[in-house]
Design a protein around this ligand. Structure first.
Ligand SMILES: *Cc1c(COP(=O)(O)O)cnc(C)c1O
Length: 375
């Protein structure tokens, strides 16, 4: 297996070698790394729910009632009333007819996109889409077209063209699927959803919206960037591991969509159902998100201090090694912001990606702003 050493050497040579850091505390605003207490500014735990006592209690109760594992795939013998209760709650939350759980956002994206776009169809994908969306597109047999980030003019031009050039097999259906993130995970900017839906309407396309960083954060009730009661041509994916502080993901859409995905989405069919603890914790989070808007208000107050469109901020440095050096310096100041390098972001755009959450104190945010001026 000498080739492994060689491959690793090449990654190291480019300054792109990654390794795991051990977090020795519950996931919160203050975390312990190698015996040091740091303020965590690189978490997706936007509402601070990951270690919330109510989620922990709900997880414990779910374990007492249903055990540690769910034992099988949902279609075999792994489906419980908890799974269904969470799905109907999420459907109401999104104002959709139905919702279907997936084990993670990654599972959802790689499972659903190939079902929505098949051979003969065309996928239009934003150039900054998350790796899991890219993989979902790769698994589809549809033709893939990548458009410039949030560039709806270019997208419209592409939609105007006939589905496939002469010579290629023109699909009987020729459906079009636009795939985008709602809040871009590495940039922190938003997709122009209203205009995008207008385009989709004009050209008969469907929009697949990844709301991983939007649910729990945007919307009057935390429902995300997409308003409640989404139009039929909008399919929303939300995750439960970020603002929800738990684990899992869901698709919100029509009842037909749910039925069809249960029958066709391979990452739903061929995997063990989410464990009861995760489902129980998600149910508790759903309740808190809908009933306690004050948590979201704290989040947006902190976002306002730093000044941005979402809780995600991107400080581009460019060079990978310099980025990691900046991250290391901040750690010495007691601030933890992980450096982000290719392939998570395009070559030459390595950056510090930082996030603020509802539970950071004003003093911690001040400290962040002061320290950022140093780099
Ligand atoms: C985190 C993330 C995912 C994956 O979700 P998981 O539940 O963590 O697997 C998908 N899409 C985007 C945009 C993400 O940021």
């Amino acid at each position: 297996m000498d080739w492994l050493r060689e491959k690793i050497g090449k990654i190291e040579g480019k300054g792109l070698f990654r390794s795991l850091r051990r977090i020795g505390s519950p996931h919160g605003v203050e975390i312990e790394i190698d015996g040091h207490c740091l303020i965590n500014f690189c978490s997706n735990n936007y509402l601070g729910l990951a270690a919330d006592s109510r989620l922990k209690e709900a997880a414990r109760e779910a374990v007492e009632r249903f055990g540690a594992g769910s034992g099988a795939a949902r279609l075999v013998s792994g489906n419980s009333p908890l799974h269904e209760e969470l799905e109907s709650g999420l459907a109401r939350f999104k104002g959709a007819e139905a919702a279907l759980l997936f084990n993670s956002g990654y599972h959802a994206n790689i499972g659903v996109i190939p079902v929505l776009a098949e051979e003969g169809d065309v996928i239009f994908s934003d150039e900054f889409n998350h790796a899991s969306l890219i993989d979902g597109c790769r698994l589809s047999r549809a033709k893939k077209i990548i458009y410039r980030h949030n560039d709806l003019n270019q997208l419209e031009g592409l939609l105007q063209k006939p589905p496939l050039p002469f010579g290629e097999r023109v699909g009987v259906r020729g459906r079009r699927l636009i795939v985008t993130e709602a809040v871009f995970s590495m940039e922190g900017d938003l997709c122009p959803l209203k205009d995008l839906l207008g385009l989709a309407e004009r050209y008969g396309a469907t929009v697949y919206l990844d709301e991983a960083h939007a649910v729990g954060v945007f919307g009057e009730h935390g429902e995300g960037l997409a308003a409640r009661n989404p139009p039929p041509r909008l399919i929303c994916m939300g995750t439960l591991g970020k603002a929800f502080g738990s684990y899992g993901a869901f698709i919100a859409g029509s009842k037909d969509l749910r039925d069809y995905l249960i029958n066709r989405a391979r990452s739903f069919i061929f995997t063990t159902a989410l464990p009861p603890a995760a489902v129980g914790a998600s149910l508790a989070a759903l309740k808190i998100i809908q009933e306690e808007p004050s948590i979201r208000e704290n989040l947006w107050r902190n976002v306002g201090v730093v000044g941005g469109m979402s809780p995600i901020f991107s400080i581009k440095i460019g060079d990978a090694q310099e980025t990691m050096e900046a991250s290391r310096k901040l750690m010495e100041e007691g601030i933890y912001i992980q450096g982000i390098r290719p392939p998570s972001v395009p070559e030459g755009t390595s950056r510090l990606r930082l996030t603020v959450t509802a539970t950071h104190t004003p003093e911690q945010i001040e400290r962040l702003v002061t320290c950022l001026k140093m780099i």
